[in-house]
Design a binder for this molecule. Structure first.
Ligand code: KIV
Length: 256
């Protein structure tokens, strides 16, 4: 079983071959997150993402990375009905992508499913706190752990998932204090996103970090390090002007 280590874990999302090639040099874990529905496809939530989409993107990321552990998200509806449904879909994702692990959103309520997957050879990364697949029941993307009952329940979720055999837990959108308490309470590494600097590692959506997302607005916890959208827009504007003014293609771009 994985245990905490002294070095912080760096995790990034990757959905495509070009991003996987770049991110693989810097990340310990590449997550093919179902956030791709919003970030790449411009959907309103992650709920419309399918197993087939995760397989196509997962395969591209595995094929184009060498070092990082690749984990693929199990999309909404693919693991909730039963442990055997979860195994059927998780094994299909693993077999058809070559990924090393899957990630499931949920707490104590999916403990038995996580245990079943782990006992049958599927490494599981858990995901608690703000769970985007609960978008409709939460009434949007809201951070968690404000009131005591919710705080205690999420702490119990973490313990249950560790007991079930998860090798790491993504903690998303919680109060700082809750992120720290979870990290102190479990032996497996916690990977924070909008949680706490005390987590054992951090993850961000790569497209958010570089300013290239189709999603409406990045959450408060995103640090945008550059603006690829602006860089691309400048390049495309130059191309459009070159074409319209007859400056492209010049002879070096033509076959004689
Ligand atoms: O879907 C995703 O990209 C995720 C990360 C934000 C943790 O679950």
């Amino acid at each position: 079983k994985a245990i905490k280590r002294n070095k912080k874990i760096v995790a990034l999302t990757a959905y495509t071959a070009p991003i996987a090639k770049i991110a693989d040099d810097f990340a310990d874990i590449l997550l093919v997150g179902d956030s791709l529905g919003m970030v790449l496809y411009g959907m309103d939530s992650t709920l419309t993402v399918t197993v087939e989409m995760m397989i196509l993107h997962g395969r591209a990321v595995v094929k184009n990375s060498k070092h990082a552990l690749v984990a693929v998200d199990m999309p909404f509806g693919s693991y909730q009905p039963s442990a055997s449904t979860a195994f059927k879909n998780a094994s299909k994702i693993m077999a058809q992508t070559g990924a090393g692990a899957v990630k499931l959103e949920g707490g104590a309520e999916i403990k038995e499913t996580v245990k079943f997957l782990c006992q049958n050879g599927i490494p599981v990364m858990a995901h608690i706190g703000m769970k985007p697949q609960h978008f409709n029941t939460y009434g949007g993307f809201k951070f968690r752990g404000k009131d005591k009952e919710e705080f205690d329940n999420i702490l119990e979720d973490a313990k249950a998932l560790e007991e079930a055999g998860a090798f790491a837990i993504v903690v998303e959108g919680t109060t700082r204090n809750l992120g720290k308490r979870i990290t102190d309470k479990v032996r497996i590494p916690t990977i924070g996103i909008g949680a706490s600097p005390d987590c054992d590692g951090q993850i961000l959506v790569t497209e958010d970090l570089v300013g290239m997302s189709a999603a409406e607005k990045a959450p408060k916890f995103v640090k945008q390090y550059t603006n690829v959208t602006e860089v691309m827009a400048d390049a495309l504007a130059e191309f459009a002007a070159d074409v319209r003014e007859g400056r492209f293609p010049t002879k070096e771009f033509c076959y004689d």
